[in-house]
Design a protein around this ligand. Structure first.
Ligand SMILES: [Zn+2]
Length: 301
């Protein structure tokens, strides 16, 4: 009997040590999106976008859009950065086709973590794929956790002023999911610490108060860049190209430039939410600009 086909099988969790911390990245879900252009490079020509895709040997039309939350165990506290889609596609008809079901809690369980184990949930920004796993059926998914939000981000969604049309439903979600958690939340600004060794960095642009995070333990440094750049070719090699999901396109371009420069200069390893799993790599600067270099074994030694 020939062996039967078993279907796609890919890794979904990756864990390594950073100083005395342990860091894990978790594949929450993976969407396949149509329309590389104009999702990327609406301010460039279609031909330029397709040419860059071909030069990098990726599909010119469809692209993979994974969600990858990061878990940091400081040895004292277990901190989850972003929560993925959660039950949003089940609970909201509008999202049922756009977002695949979130699998963060199932995959955390497979890696040995219970929702009760999470001490802190840090939300980098208020978009659905980052807040979706906070609440299910009206109940907090991580019952013992406290929450950390960027003050500017929380304030923007709560006020609801200048929310662009495409984000109106996002605002409704934020009001329903995040605002009721305010009394268990801390609101921080760039430069503030979540815990010793975990410091917020301004990355506003993709959203009004997006925060990246600098992690340091025993002299080892690392960054969580969330949605500063969201595709390993388009957003890194052409940081000046607009990305449809960036709320303030020009500010996002400026932020990408600043953070890519910092990462390339310091050769920091990065966990990036929408990169190919495990979403870990570093930024190399060459004659033709920046390039995403996936992690091989550097962090495993
Ligand atoms: Zn995102």
């Amino acid at each position: 009997m020939p062996a039967s086909l078993q279907g796609e099988l890919q890794p979904t969790i990756y864990r390594f040590k950073l100083g005395s911390f342990e860091i894990a990245t978790i594949l929450d879900a993976k969407a396949i999106r149509e329309g590389l252009h104009p999702h990327y490079g609406a301010n460039a020509s279609v031909d330029e976008v397709l040419a860059l895709a071909r030069a990098n040997n990726i599909d010119t039309q469809r692209f993979e859009h994974p969600n990858i939350p990061t878990l940091v165990n400081t040895g004292e506290q277990l901190v989850l950065f972003d929560t993925g889609n959660g039950a949003l596609p089940r609970e909201y008809e509008q999202l049922s086709k756009r977002l695949p079901p979130g699998q963060t809690t199932a995959r955390l369980a497979a890696a040995g973590y219970d929702p009760d184990d999470i001490d802190v949930v840090v939300i980098t920004h208020g978009h659905p794929d980052h807040i979706g796993g906070l609440v299910e059926g009206g109940q907090p998914v991580f019952p013992k956790a406290r929450y950390v939000f960027g003050a500017a981000e929380f304030d923007f969604w709560k006020r609801g002023e200048k929310v662009r049309e495409a984000r109106k439903f996002n605002r409704e979600l934020f009001m329903k999911i995040c605002v009721p958690l305010a009394d268990r939340s801390t609101f921080i600004k760039p430069g503030d610490q979540v815990l010793p060794g975990i410091t917020a960095v301004d990355a506003a642009g993709h959203s009004p108060g997006l925060l990246a995070f600098h992690i340091e333990s025993n002299g080892k440094r690392f960054m969580i860049t969330a949605d500063t750049f969201t595709q390993y070719v388009m957003a890194v090699q052409r940081p000046e190209w607009h990305f449809e999901m960036d709320d303030d396109k020009e500010r996002a371009v400026a932020t990408r430039g600043r953070i890519l420069d910092m990462l390339a200069t310091d050769k920091l390893f990065v966990a990036s939410f929408h990169m190919p799993f495990p979403g870990i790599g570093y930024i190399e600067e060459g004659r033709n600009g920046y390039r995403w270099v996936p992690h091989s074994y550097q962090l495993n030694l």
